[in-house]
Design a protein around this ligand. Structure first.
Ligand SMILES: Cc1ncc(COP(=O)(O)O)c(C=O)c1O
Length: 400
């Protein structure tokens, strides 16, 4: 077997299931899972209708490159959402993917060249810590080593890329960024993204920017920018070295559709398409048609954002009684310090209140997430409010 398989760490949700195994939670309280980042808002009806109406499309093999109509819908959405300018994104700069998870994983397999080494050491894939664990597994299975950089509280949960030594950058072949970040919710500015591009030019690596939370943000007048904005600002008219990852999962509350796309440097995407052709991950035609409808509509996304804002507005004052919490710039997570061992807190919280959160140490390496938990505000407004009351009572030592 591939020896790198043995290097993979247990996934956070497996560890969470083990942590909770055998723990009896109060039967009189309904379970409220605030652990997985799986949106629970109703998926848009019009998208489901297109899916139902196009089921006959299952009678054909889809092509890996996807329908031109889908790639055009994604390109126009990028131009609209990030003000890139009309027709800035060509169809050769877009590829459909079955959600960003598989694409983030597959991308490293296509990009990493284990034979190209600056030194005798393995190539590096740089990534934030805490992180989305797929980045780590993708690096390991591609024959690279993960290099974790911190996103500390005192830097607003943002990385300090200039703190990474040049000798490390020389070994980096791929840099994962995540903005808005999971779990911290921090948004990288265009200047910070431009700095990443300068480093990529200097040290010859590719940037994979995970932007799957780009449509969920706090300030309606100030949406998070994309790496593509920074690329254009840096004079990379063809998005050289830059690839962004987008998804309908969070934007349109369609995590089960498994639909997203990657966009950016056409020369990188050409090789990624070759890889994907063999990997066999074409998107079914009905999914493509439903995705076109979803990317073409922004009204349902505004409603989605409003629901998350309502949840933050209702939940934050309750949790502020027991934690130092504030509104994140993007995403739907809270990431408070709990003042004690995070796994123990999570287990005892579940035992006392039937609310599930994720221990921060399960989402990070070393001490980066220790003493924190991730609370996903994915459930309904009422459930999130109820969960916040239960958490606050638990922290204050009362029985909910
Ligand atoms: C940071 C981050 N990236 C990617 C994903 C994968 O999302 P999907 O594969 O549904 O697009 C998630 C899901 O939770 C995530 O949190």
């Amino acid at each position: 077997m591939n020896p790198h398989l043995a290097e993979l760490q247990a996934y956070p949700f497996e560890r969470l299931a083990t942590l909770k195994a055998g723990v009896v939670s109060p039967a009189h309280l309904a379970h409220i899972p605030l652990s997985i980042g799986e949106p629970k808002h109703a998926p848009p009806d019009f998208v489901l209708q297109v899916l139902r109406d196009s089921l006959a499309g299952l009678g054909q093999y889809p092509s890996t490159v996807g329908l031109p109509e889908l790639r055009a819908a994604c390109a126009r959405w990028l131009e609209r959402r990030f003000n890139l300018g009309a027709n800035r994104v060509g169809l050769d700069a877009v590829l459909p993917v079955n959600g960003t998870r598989e694409a983030l994983f597959a991308f490293a397999q296509a990009v990493i060249d284990p034979t190209r080494r600056a030194t005798a050491d393995s190539p590096l894939v740089a990534m934030p810590n805490p992180f989305y664990q797929i980045y780590e597994g993708a690096a390991l299975l591609a024959g690279a080593m993960p290099y974790f950089f911190e996103t500390p509280t005192d830097n607003g949960f943002l990385p300090d890329l200039d703190a990474i030594p040049a000798a490390v950058w020389d070994r980096v072949q791929l840099l994962y960024l995540c903005s808005p970040g999971n779990p911290g919710g921090a948004v990288m500015s265009i200047d910070q993204l431009r700095r990443a591009i300068e480093l990529a030019d200097k040290h010859d690596f590719i940037i994979a920017s995970d932007e799957c939370y780009a449509e969920l943000y706090a300030d309606e007048a100030n949406p998070p920018p994309s790496l593509l904005n920074a690329a254009l600002a840096a004079g990379h008219a063809n998005f050289e070295r830059c690839v962004v990852f987008h998804s309908l999962s969070k934007r349109s509350s369609l995590p089960g559709l498994r639909s997203g796309f990657v966009a950016g440097d056409p020369s990188v995407l050409r090789d990624f398409l070759l890889y994907r052709t063999y990997h066999g991950c074409a998107m079914p035609v009905p999914t493509q048609l439903a995705s076109i409808a979803a990317w073409n509509d922004d009204a349902h996304v505004r409603e989605n954002r409003a629901l998350y804002r309502e949840k933050f507005a209702r939940v934050l004052p309750i949790l502020a009684e027991c934690f130092d919490v504030s509104l994140p710039q993007g995403g739907f997570y809270l990431w408070p310090q709990v003042g004690r061992d995070d796994a123990e807190f999570t287990r005892e919280l579940f035992a006392a209140t039937n609310v599930t959160v994720v221990p921060g140490s399960y989402l990070s390496r070393g001490a980066a997430g220790a003493g924190r938990v991730r609370i996903s505000l994915v459930a309904s407004v009422d459930e999130c409010v109820e969960a916040a009351h239960r958490i606050a009572s638990f922290v204050k030592g009362r029985t909910p």
